[in-house]
Design a protein around this ligand. Structure first.
Ligand code: FES
Length: 427
């Protein structure tokens, strides 16, 4: 038992150190619901199939250093991300308290908080404006953001949707749009399990006694989009812009180092699809670039003694610089905006410490406000709405090593929404 506790704590500490951006204070519902202030919708007065709620799901990050403690606390309570078993409620708060001062300092160093909320709200609002134009039959599209560990939390988003006129007997359509292009059970899977939990509490069986009460919200999921051409184009354009800053005679030899958040090998060996999907994104981007440069996919943020997916970004940069490859462009390939892993880990730790501030070591800009990227989001959403699909085929297949009841039940729920999204059954 003691050994199990120690190893669970070690795993949790590794994750805490590796995912510091995943940490927020409970500022309460009021602040949480300020995420996406827009006029209320009325289900009965809109166009044929709208309005449609577009919900961006992501991990989130503390917007201020005061929010770090609550953010960490939620993170360590998540058994999908950090399975601590029966010790979860004891170890979670303990580890989060220990980690808080160090992580607060990192957020202070990048300007006092994570920009992920600002970017998520902006991207979602801009995408909805485009969707209103290109998909008038499902308009108006109303933007929402649901973070797993920071405000606006999933439950606050859901309560706001109900207040805005979705559900509560009025029905309505909502799309859960993961902002992790590549699926992992510890990220998108965890967000969907949380959404399913709150849907059940606020609208489903626990609220009404009926799993599908009349007039409840119909949900569908965009669960992965690792090789969408617009996503690939947005990455490629940011890489090309950075390559142009090198003298022409050196440009084609610049090494592109794609960097994604790593996973513990225990998760990889469980059958998690993330490594394959990240590799697919990298290959698609390199195809678009015509394989113009040498490249590698590396993995960042792993710490502690147990095995993580590698090679590590920091080791790779150190080794390449030592070998004389001092022209390197780091490309964050698994997040859709800046966050602590780009602004602190890559910009401060890797570029300034591992690469010793070598001027040839640079980073491609994150997707942030890229118009190409936001158009891609709108195109993905439009195609999804037209498809009538409740989720991808791939989402229904659980990991070989999955023993989670949450995974089983939430996947069943979202797959079961197919009858409603396809119009076979009307709520
Ligand atoms: Fe992958 Fe449950 S852990 S489906």
């Amino acid at each position: 038992m003691a050994n199990r506790a120690t190893s669970a704590a070690a795993r949790a500490l590794q994750l805490a150190a590796s995912r510091p951006n995943l940490f927020c204070s409970r500022q309460g519902l009021r602040k949480a619901c300020m995420a996406t202030v827009a006029p209320p919708v009325t289900q009965n007065s809109m166009s044929k199939r709208g309005p449609t709620a577009m919900v961006f799901m992501n991990m989130g990050g503390p917007s201020t250093t005061d929010e770090v403690g609550d953010f960490l606390s939620r993170l360590f309570s998540d058994g999908d991300l950090i399975p601590l078993g029966r010790l979860q409620n004891y170890l979670g708060p303990l580890i989060s308290r220990r980690r808080t001062p160090k992580i607060q300092k990192q957020y202070a160093d990048i300007g006092g908080g994570s920009p992920i909320r600002k970017w998520s709200e902006y991207q979602c609002e801009e995408m909805c404006k485009i969707l209103d134009q290109i998909s008038p039959e499902t308009a108006p599209h109303k933007p929402y953001v649901a973070f797993r560990y920071a405000n606006p939390l999933t439950e606050h988003m859901y309560e706001q949707m109900l207040k805005d006129g979705f559900g509560n007997g009025k029905g309505g359509r909502a799309v859960a749009f993961t902002q992790y292009p590549q699926y992992s059970c510890s990220t998108t899977g965890s967000s969907l399990n949380e959404l399913w939990k709150w849907r059940n509490r606020l609208e489903g069986k626990r609220a009404s006694g009926d799993m599908h009460p009349p007039g409840s919200i119909t949900w569908s999921v965009i669960d992965r989009w690792p090789t969408h051409s617009g996503l690939v184009e947005a990455f490629a354009q940011n890489i090309e812009a950075q390559l142009k800053t090198y003298p022409e005679d050196r440009r084609k030899d610049v090494v592109l180092l794609f960097s994604a958040h790593s996973l513990p090998m225990s998760v990889v060996n469980r059958g998690d699809p993330y490594p394959a999907e990240v590799a697919a994104t990298v290959y698609a981007v390199m195809s678009r670039l015509g394989f113009s440069n040498p490249y590698r996919l590396t993995w960042q943020s792993q710490v502690g003694p147990s095995a993580w997916l590698g090679a590590q970004t920091s080791d790779t940069v150190r080794e390449y610089v030592k070998r004389g490859h001092t022209d390197l462009v780091l490309v964050p390939i698994a997040f859709t905006s800046d966050h602590i892993e780009t602004l602190y880990e890559i910009d401060k730790e890797v570029m300034h410490e591992d690469a010793q501030g070598h001027p040839g070591v640079k980073r491609a800009e994150s997707l942030n406000g890229s118009k190409v990227f936001i158009q891609a989001l709108a195109d993905i959403a439009k195609a999804h709405l037209e498809s009538g699909q409740s989720c991808s085929k791939q989402m229904g297949l659980r990991c070989q090593g999955c023993t989670s009841e949450r995974c089983l039940e939430s996947k069943k729920f979202f797959a079961g929404e197919q009858a409603f999204t396809s119009g076979t059954v009307v709520r």
